[in-house]
Design a protein around this ligand. Structure first.
Ligand code: EPU
Length: 422
């Protein structure tokens, strides 16, 4: 058996400009959202990632017309049918669970396989289901499939015990065509949720309070076609900020909403990283000064994103002294640490936390992307390591980073892909 790896020859200083793509975690909700309309929906700024291909496969299974041209996607749901989603494609990504909300909203019935995605420890969907139930749906779990149905969906008040991104979006999807008013309390506030609500409102939905703790949705009978441009990916942007801080001389990162990255920017400044915000770009300057150790705690937005904790850990290995990560969102999201240790890092993992003893020089090794952001952490490590790093399981990286090799090569990195025998 052979598999493709990303190989990075470390130690080359990065210079130049990189443009951030549309947000993956908005895209994977915006695409399912489109099927709630009865007419075509155009979405612009779609990143070239394999999660989009998997979603397009699911849309086609539902008899939707899907046209992807560069960064634009046209989804025409006018002839779609209520078909169970039980194929392998469901399993390729976590976000296939958004078809629960949209199909329940549209047809009042959905049968769907258990969704896949990165393993980050337990990832229950009890809050999504609690929301559907509150709207009047019954839920059965038979042969790895959820069957969720309702005679009619009726608005209700739903309190989320945790401000879950997925549950907030999924309940909005089911509620936009429900009868009457739905109130989601302790709703998540991530920018991707606002982006999704903006599309729904353009389609004719009545939603207020997005971006606050309380979202109110007044159900409507029909949703129509529209167009929408996706916000920039704050996690890809954050990853490139970290890459530039680790390996850059002067790197300009364009198409950023700096406000979305405030927590990371503060932490990077605390480490001594020099950067400047200019409009929708951030310029990061390399420095010969040693980086300072920091303590970080992942939190819901606007706190430090759990998705950035992993690549940031790589940068912390280059800081003098002891740094610490406390994970409050996914308490087992530490698989990258073992891989970084193979490259010379000294990281100890405890319960929901890691301790990084720095600064340690890193050396090339064959390492495994155990999940998407572990892959990002290993890319950062490969860029600063001495010698060659080969990253396996790169399908995780391709799920969420648009043309990462090309973007890095443009900055002067030495990155290739080839097959190895495993
Ligand atoms: N949770 C529950 N019950 C639920 C839902 C969530 O207990 O019904 C818990 C989870 O186990 C977790 C916490 O709530 O401990 C947060 O989960 P959330 O629902 O907010 O996360 P998600 O919607 O599954 C999205 C992103 C993740 C990102 C998290 C947190 C998508 C497709 N995924 O996941 O992105 O880490 O929000 O911000 O939007 C990534 O991009 O690498 C990634 C994993």
């Amino acid at each position: 058996m052979s598999e493709k790896v990303i190989a990075i020859e470390g130690g080359y200083k990065l210079n130049g400009t990189v443009r951030i793509s549309g947000a993956k975690n908005a895209t994977v909700a915006l695409i399912p959202a489109a099927v709630l309309a009865d007419e075509p929906v155009d979405i612009y700024g779609v990143p070239e990632i394999s999660d989009v291909e998997a979603l397009a496969t699911l849309l086609r299974e539902l008899d939707c017309d899907v046209k992807i041209e560069g960064e634009d996607i046209r989804i025409d749901p006018s002839h779609m049918k209520e078909i169970p989603l039980v194929s392998e494609a469901v399993n390729k990504l976590r976000a296939s669970y958004y078809f629960m909300g949209v199909l329940l909203g549209k047809y009042k019935k959905v049968k769907i396989r258990m969704p896949g995605g990165c393993y980050l420890g337990p990832r229950p969907i009890d809050l999504h289901l609690k929301g559907f139930k509150a709207l009047g749906a019954t839920i059965e779990y038979v042969d790895d499939c959820y069957i969720i149905e309702a005679e009619e969906l009726i608005g209700n008040s739903i309190y989320l015990d945790f401000a879950s991104v997925g549950a907030t979006i999924n309940i909005m999807f089911a509620a936009v065509k429900a009868k009457g008013k739905t109130i989601i309390e302790n709703a998540a506030k991530e920018p991707e949720i606002i982006d999704v609500a903006n599309l729904l409102v353009k389609m004719g939905a009545k939603i207020r309070g997005v971006g606050t703790d309380t979202i109110t949705i007044e159900g409507v009978e029909e949703l129509h076609g529209t167009f929408h441009e996706i916000i920039p990916d704050r996690i890809e942007a954050g990853t490139f900020l970290i890459i530039a801080a680790a390996a850059g001389e002067k790197v300009i990162i364009q198409n950023i909403i700096p406000q979305h990255l405030e927590a990371l920017i503060s932490k990077l400044k605390e480490m001594g990283v020099k950067m400047e915000v200019v409009g929708d770009s951030i310029i990061v300057y390399g420095s010969e000064e040693p980086l300072q150790n920091i303590k970080v705690k992942t939190q819901i937005y606007p706190g430090l994103a759990t998705d950035l904790q992993q690549p940031l850990t790589t940068l912390m290995t280059q800081a003098e002294g002891i740094s610490q990560v406390q994970e409050t969102i996914y308490i087992e999201r530490f698989k990258h640490c073992e891989q970084l240790n193979k490259m010379g890092a000294h990281i100890e993992v405890g319960e929901a936390k890691s301790t990084i003893f720095g600064a340690t020089p890193l050396h090339g090794a064959r390492v495994m992307a155990t999940d998407l952001r572990c892959g990002a952490a290993l890319v950062v490590a490969g860029l600063i390591a001495k010698g060659k790093t080969e990253i396996t399981n790169i399908y995780h990286i391709d799920r969420g980073y648009d043309n990462i090799d090309h973007k890095l090569i443009t900055l002067g990195a030495h990155v290739t892909r080839y097959e190895i025998d495993d």
